[in-house]
Ligand binder design. Sequence first.
Ligand code: THU
Length: 138
Amino acid sequence: MDLIDQMFAAAREAQSQAYAPYSRFRVGAALASANGKIFAGCNVENAALPNGTCAETAAIAAMIASGERRIHAILVFGQGDLLVTPCGGCRQRIREFADEETRIHVAGPAGVRASFTLAELLPHSFGPDHLGAGGANQ
Ligand code: THU
């Protein structure tokens, strides 16, 4: 299975576990890390609504907890007719561990519907380099 197929399968499985009783909008995400491992997550809502978290955030947390620091590519598996692209906050969270050319695939049940680079979704972004700290390299 190629990397996109692996991310698709992992994101679809995560989406099926989404906890979204309030929006009823289930999202899964899966990323491939620099060394080719797949990390997945789903949205987890909360009765105190602002405390809900996005699928992409969960996938990134899983990667970090395993000790990795670089996103090679990420796939978002959503529902509905519109493309489910990462929200603004998640674009910035992806930015922390990716670069301008990192691919962001947007998928639905029928497969990948569109692919973007991070620079397309978050142009002229602010990142770890601005703080001169090396960010993910530390
Ligand atoms: N959501 C995600 O998990 N990822 C996205 O890319 C878009 C939105 C979630 C947040 C919330 O639980 C629900 O979808 C509706 O906004």
